[in-house]
Design a protein around this ligand. Structure first.
Ligand SMILES: [Zn+2]
Ligand SMILES: [Zn+2]
Length: 585
């Protein structure tokens, strides 16, 4: 039982409890634990075997009850509590809940009132028109749900990278530990860090390929073996996507890795160059002449070898989409892409002053542990009543801006060795005004403006909304600019070039929100922003001390061709201060 599988079980419990309308705190506890486990570097199984449930209970956010459930999962491979829940809630309801605009309450409602048990039932109900007559739904919201069902279907069986990657890494660890493989690595779109993944590709070298296949097909993740040969296997994983494993000869590993990493378009382009040089490149190697297998094989143990045979430098996987990278490589002008170590700061994170679950001091200390030398604490300032945080013209201590500023400064004083800006993530209202007053905004060091409601505006309205927000002198950054949720909510309809132009004129940063459900800006827009001279800010949007990892964001930035020079929080603290001061002037 791997961490990823345990996390999956906990997420399932959270979803099922939500549909049953149970206590939100209890649901949140399962979600938090799952999120923690997905990023936990040690194997839970090992922790459990070494120290029992007591050791598990000491991990952050786990506690006694969850520790016992995890123990049961590890011991028996199943969990009675989850089985009971699954019996009581129809299987298809989890897909219904995932449709944007549905959520747990509405899912529970259509299940109880209209006996909706799956997506098809929901679609039928929406079409029948009966739902629009129900109080609190309305024609508009039902239409939105109809559209969301379509989006949901189009997304199909692809997984967001944040769900696929931990599973692939767990598969990798199992294969490594089997000691049957000499090398094993991730290939395919996962190695190119695409934001959604259709299937998992793994590549290995081994002296015992058949034993590797047997081991792989017998792993607990595997729901069904689709095809199995002596050197390759294709299985359906329990999470619903397929995984391929191939064992290749170490002498041609580089050629195979290049081939199976793709993309197809990139491979075709490289092969065309090879042909012009009288060579043939395939998954089986690089050969002289135009007939593979017949010509003499040229060294291709590594990908560097393969690129060298056609006169190219190494091209990082994130760039391999045939969107100009091969041409630039030919001229030896590939960009030096952003590296994780380039990021000095994190300018978007929340504490329990708004909807985060760590105190200000805990969040600052955690950011420091994550290697940041400066941060901005940016609790929400939201017009929505249900979102806690800063409230405009609040007479109470709780939401008052001046009180917030004092609290952040006091928390910052308790943690040495990290610089803390007092910031806020302020709602951009539907007409483009910012939610806080000018006098309140002036008290803050750093203001992110974000859209959190009224997503369905016309292109003209939505664009005007952002342009007007950017005219406010206090605003320094637009948070998650498209507002999309991968596999869920669609995007604002924006005239992006107009937004980029204004951002460049006013030197306002656009965020690349590194949370894998957002990854917003996306790769294509990062590159467009760069070409128009806009700075991008790669932020965690952490809501918990464990959420400072920005790996997905860094790779998305690399897919968007961003270099250190394009990224605001790659500036060291002194340079960032200069940038902030210049903007004030
Ligand atoms: Zn936000
Ligand atoms: Zn946020």
């Amino acid at each position: 039982m791997t961490n990823a599988e345990i996390a999956l079980a906990l997420r399932s419990i959270a979803e099922l409890l939500a549909i049953r309308g149970e206590n939100p705190f209890r649901i949140r506890a399962y979600e938090r634990a799952a999120m923690f486990l997905e990023g936990f570097p040690q194997d839970l199984e090992d922790v459990y075997h070494a120290g029992g449930t007591n050791a598990l209970a000491e991990l952050p956010g786990i506690g006694k009850d969850l520790a016992e459930k995890i123990g049961e999962l590890v011991d028996t491979g199943k969990l009675q509590f989850l089985r009971d829940l699954e019996q009581r809630v129809p299987k298809g309801l989890r897909a219904v809940m995932a449709v944007e605009g549905m959520g747990p309450k509405r899912t529970q409602f259509v299940w109880e009132e209209f006996q909706v048990r799956n997506l098809r039932d929901l679609e039928r109900l929406v079409r029948s028109g009966r739902l629009s007559r129900v109080r609190g739904w309305g024609t508009q919201s039902v239409q939105n749900i109809a559209r969301a069902i379509e989006t949901h279907r189009a997304f199909g069986k692809r997984l967001p990278i944040g769900k696929a990657r931990p599973i692939a890494e767990a598969l990798l660890r199992h294969l490594e530990r089997s000691q049957l493989c000499d090398t094993v690595t991730i290939a395919g779109s996962l190695r190119r860090w695409k934001e959604t993944i259709g299937d998992i590709d793994l590549l290995a070298t081994s002296a015992h390929p058949e034993r590797v296949m047997e081991f792989f097909c017998g792993l607990p993740f595997v729901a069904r073996v689709i095809a199995r040969g002596p050197t390759k296997a294709n299985v359906l994983l329990r999470v619903g996507i397929e995984a391929d494993l191939r064992v290749v000869d170490p002498d041609v590993f580089g050629a195979a890795l290049h081939y199976f990493t793709g993309s197809k378009a990139h491979n075709i382009h490289v092969r065309t160059i090879a042909v012009a040089k009288g060579l043939t490149i395939s998954e089986y190697g690089v050969f002289r002449g135009t007939k593979a297998h017949k010509g003499k094989r040229i060294a291709c143990r590594t990908e560097e070898d393969v690129f060298r045979t056609v006169g190219l430098p190494y091209i990082p996987p994130e760039l391999r989409e045939d969107i100009g990278e091969v041409e630039l490589a030919e001229q030896h002008r590939l960009p030096a892409l952003l590296e994780a170590a380039d990021l000095h700061g994190d300018l978007h994170l929340h504490s329990d002053f708004s909807d985060g679950s760590g105190s200000m001091e805990e969040m600052i200390a955690a950011a420091k542990r994550a290697g940041r030398s400066y941060i901005a604490l940016t609790d929400h300032a939201s017009v929505m009543g249900m979102v806690r945080g800063l409230k405009t013209r609040s007479p109470q201590q709780r939401g008052n801006v001046a009180a917030y500023v004092r609290r952040v400064r006091a928390a910052a004083a308790k943690v040495s060795g990290i610089q803390v800006l007092v910031g806020a993530e302020v709602d951009i209202l539907p007409d483009g005004r910012l939610y806080l007053s000018d006098a309140e905004l002036r008290q803050l060091d750093w203001v992110i403006g974000s859209v959190h409601q009224s997503f369905k505006q016309t292109p003209a309205q939505a664009t005007q909304r952002l342009l007007r927000a950017m005219d406010h002198p206090a605003l320094r950054c637009i948070g998650h600019p498209s507002t999309r949720l991968i596999g869920g909510r669609g995007e604002l309809a924006l005239d992006w070039d107009a937004v980029f132009r204004r951002a460049a004129e006013r030197d306002i940063a656009l965020e690349l929100n590194a949370s894998w459900v957002r990854l917003d800006l996306d790769d294509v827009r990062c590159r467009r922003a760069q070409s128009m001279g806009v700075r991008v800010c790669v932020n965690s949007d952490a809501h918990h001390p464990q959420e400072f990892d920005v790996t997905y964001g860094v790779h998305q930035a690399r897919r968007g061709w961003l270099t250190r020079a394009d990224v605001l929080n790659a500036l060291p603290w002194s340079k960032l201060q200069q940038w902030l001061r210049r903007g004030r002037a």
